[in-house]
Design a protein around this ligand. Structure first.
Ligand code: AMP
Length: 282
């Protein structure tokens, strides 16, 4: 497996692969890989001839009080994990190459970026859509792989690709979880033992919601109230939001149909965890 840090070198390699008729898959990540990232890489390996994993902690998607400086980074470990999952190439550009000048051009997906996580993370999804556009323009893959863990991000990228005619197929991968149900995340290492012990309540509350839905409950208010009560029993959990929205547009749904996204964000101290489920589907 190769490590590539220069945009021009990556472009040459991908151009050569494409002219040989190879299918190129891109897995965008911020690194500190875990089994969730690996499941994206494994699917790309099955689908594509050249699997590129980008590792880039994107400064423009972090707010001033967020964890950009302390976000975990370990390129050596990531290389091993990406290789084990089947990657051919890691693209890890320096920030100065991705943003040689202050970034003036941005990609904003209206309405979808300001709700859910966007409410407490102003500008976050503009930063995400902008860097993903840059990565798409740099790598020009046939397919790009995103986790359902970040459901809002996935919906925004799908809409961006549709609205802006990127010739890229977006592949969505199910959420990888720890044995106790906690969704895998690079940020889980921030949790204290006591917080970690309470964190599986997020998944338990989602399962409870799924059960209510299966038993016929169709009122968002009722489902959310039951979840709030359940999460509220955990002393260290501080709910940011629990919402049920349309899977594609992310706009609130009051009476549920078969494809509603139930998404939540809960803080444990400074660590904000997200999780979700598609009611009626998973
Ligand atoms: P990140 O490095 O956190 O930006 O994530 C990179 C990609 O991996 C995104 O598409 C995420 O949705 C995906 N991802 C992160 N955690 C998981 C998980 N537990 N299961 C599935 N995909 C995930």
């Amino acid at each position: 497996m190769e490590l590539c840090q220069q945009i021009s070198v990556l472009r040459q390699k991908i151009t050569a692969a494409k002219s040989d008729g190879k299918q190129v898959g891109l897995v965008p990540t911020m690194g500190y890989l875990h089994a969730g990232h690996q499941s994206l890489i494994q699917q790309a390996r099955l689908d594509c001839d050249l699997v590129v994993v980008s590792i880039f902690v994107n400064p423009i998607q972090f707010g001033p009080n967020e964890d950009y400086a302390t976000y975990p980074r370990d390129l050596e470990r990531d290389s091993q994990m990406a290789y084990a999952a089947g990657a051919d190439l890691i693209f890890a550009p320096p920030v100065a190459d991705m943003y040689p000048k202050p970034n003036l051009a941005h990609v904003e997906v209206d309405l979808m970026g300001n709700c859910l996580c966007g409410r407490s993370r102003q500008g976050h999804f503009r930063g995400v859509a902008t860097v993903v556009s840059k990565l798409f323009n740099i790598a020009q893959p046939h397919k790009a792989y995103f986790g359902k863990k970040d459901a809002q991000q996935l919906a925004i990228i799908k809409r961006m690709v549709e609205d802006l005619n990127f010739p890229i197929h977006i592949v969505a991968i199910p959420i990888a979880r720890e044995q106790d149900g906690l969704a895998m995340s690079s940020r889980n290492i921030y949790l204290s033992p006591a917080q970690r012990a309470q964190a599986p309540v997020l998944h338990q509350a989602l399962v409870k919601a799924q059960e209510m839905f299966t038993l016929g409950e169709r009122s968002s208010i009722q489902i959310i109230a039951a979840m709030k009560q359940m999460i509220g029993y955990q002393s260290l959990a501080d709910i940011d939001y629990i919402e049920i929205v349309d899977t594609e547009t992310l706009q609130p749904v009051e009476i549920l149909d078969n494809s509603s996204l139930l998404a939540l964000a809960v803080r444990f101290g400074k660590t904000r965890l997200i999780d979700n489920i598609t009611l009626g589907e998973d």
